[in-house]
Design a protein around this ligand. Sequence first.
Ligand SMILES: OC[C@H]1O[C@H](O[C@H]2O[C@H](CO)[C@@H](O)[C@H](O)[C@H]2O)[C@H](O)[C@@H](O)[C@@H]1O
Length: 617
Amino acid sequence: MAVKEPRANVTGGSCHRNIEDYGIIGNMLTAALVGKDGSIDWLCLPRFDSPACFAALLGTPDNGRWKIAPRDENTLCSRRYLDGTAILETRFETVTGVVTVTDFMPLSAEPGKTNLVRIIAGERGQVDMQMELILRFSYGQAVPWVQRRDYGLSAVAGPDTVHLHTRLALKGEGKTTRSRFTISQGERLSVTLSYHASTLVPSFVPDSQESLQQTTNWWHEWSKRERHPGGPAHWQRALERSLITLKLLTFEPTGAIIAAPTTSLPERIGGQRNWDYRYCWLRDSALTLLALLQAGYRQEAEAWRQWLLRAVAGDPDQLQIMYGIAGERWLPELEVPWLAGFEQSKPVRIGNAAASQMQLDVYGELFDTLHGARVAELQQRNEAWSLQKVLLTTLAQKWQIPDQGIWEVRGPARAFTHSRMMVWVAFDRAITAAEQFHLDGPVDEWKGLRAMIHDDICQNAFDRQKNSFVQYYGGKTLDASLLLMPQTGFLPPDDPRVLGTLEAVENELLKDGLMLRYSADDAQDGMDGGEGAFLVCSFWLADAYVLCGQRDKAAIIFERLLALRNDLGLLSEEYDCVAGRMLGNFPQAFSHIGLINTAHNLLRVDGPARERAQRRG
Ligand SMILES: OC[C@H]1O[C@H](O[C@H]2O[C@H](CO)[C@@H](O)[C@H](O)[C@H]2O)[C@H](O)[C@@H](O)[C@@H]1O
């Protein structure tokens, strides 16, 4: 259901609205963020990780945007996705009438070509409208060569060409293309932006209405495949939206899954915790895959496994924690000096230096996921098992090396408890896989290592005074990732050390009812200033409650988290409880994975947390 709300100051010159004011549309090659005010402020072409041609999200309108909205700024705005689709409809109500703008990206038949269609429909009375198109390639910097065409216009900037197809009268004003028009009840107009590489031939959308129908049908077919766990209607709607959002974060040509389609949406307004998430983290994508798999989406799981085997192929010592969407390894981190940043949160970064970090937990996530895939009877692949055996040989040598941990700290490397626990998971799942599926390997040796790692963690990471495990060996601080202990099967949920940790984490990291991932003040994570509550950690708290038999508390926190979603059902990475607004990249896979898993944990006796714990050897 669309939520009607008054719009304040959303059509003025500044682009800065809240993160939750955006919706996402996409075609599994790239994605765009559409503001409540009808402005598309973020679009990278041709791929998720390509330079943006609309970058107003991280700067000013002059960094590129495409806005279609009533001329009258005094409008009521509401929006919704068409049921079971990624097609976004924004409805504007003015004193003279009502108009809807329907935005979508048809699925591309040719890789590298993208169309973005906007259909404007008069619903009641008459509405005076305006369109403003500011194309700035190369992350909001390069002004293209624009030419008028009988179908609209073409714009070329080096490797990139777009065409605008429309019957609207266009007018060039400075470096902006504008159109003013009136739409009456029953009238429909459409504008399509078509992208292709400058050396290729364009592909047009001949009939926008037909394309809308085809795109709707495609999404309906996809949504129908979902395995519903039942539950209250609003939970089911939330699950469906989260699954569609995860699907939008998959890169169809390779099967890669990105962490989020944006870069540098800040984890603290005005701060420097601004990172590029348009890449494929082994951790995030493995967890996405498990979430898709349990909802019945096996095809995506198989495609990701193929991506994985290609990406990590080669020398096991060169395993990275993240890759580009085609498996690229070199993701140098650069700053974009001409973009002012979301609400002046600088720098804007592209690329991510975390790619060269050591994070031992990824081994555990990989092994857990590959084991989950085997259990789900995805097609068996011998090369996957060969790769796993080689990785364990490397891991056996380096599991004691301090690392950067799940949170990718930029401070000192440490013996992080979560990293070591996930190393234990890697050996544990390998043992289970070998025994359950009769796969060959030095199982006794692995069992010895598994026992040694377990003892090591229990001796060095448990603080008797606090009656809790701690973030790293010898440390005093806590970490929300410790909540995963019972669901990895490392210790049973009724173990007094697990219950002690749950209580300590609640006491120290639960702020305003939401979880911090750690206390940034004493974490020495290499960055200044704190950050918001990290949403996936609150879902983990709910999962721990379910496992520890505190289901009512789990349901309360789950409802609280559902209420934080924006009016379209989307979540960013973090939440600022004081300001009551979203923080961090958006929409973020991690947060939506959390939502899906917790819903299943609450609804099914054999939910994913319990299922995961039972994978223990
Ligand atoms: O907080 C510092 C780090 O923040 C980012 O990493 C976070 O996002 C990743 C993708 O969702 C996730 O895998 C990781 O656990 C999170 O901490 C950023 O990408 C890093 O460069 C940065 O060091």
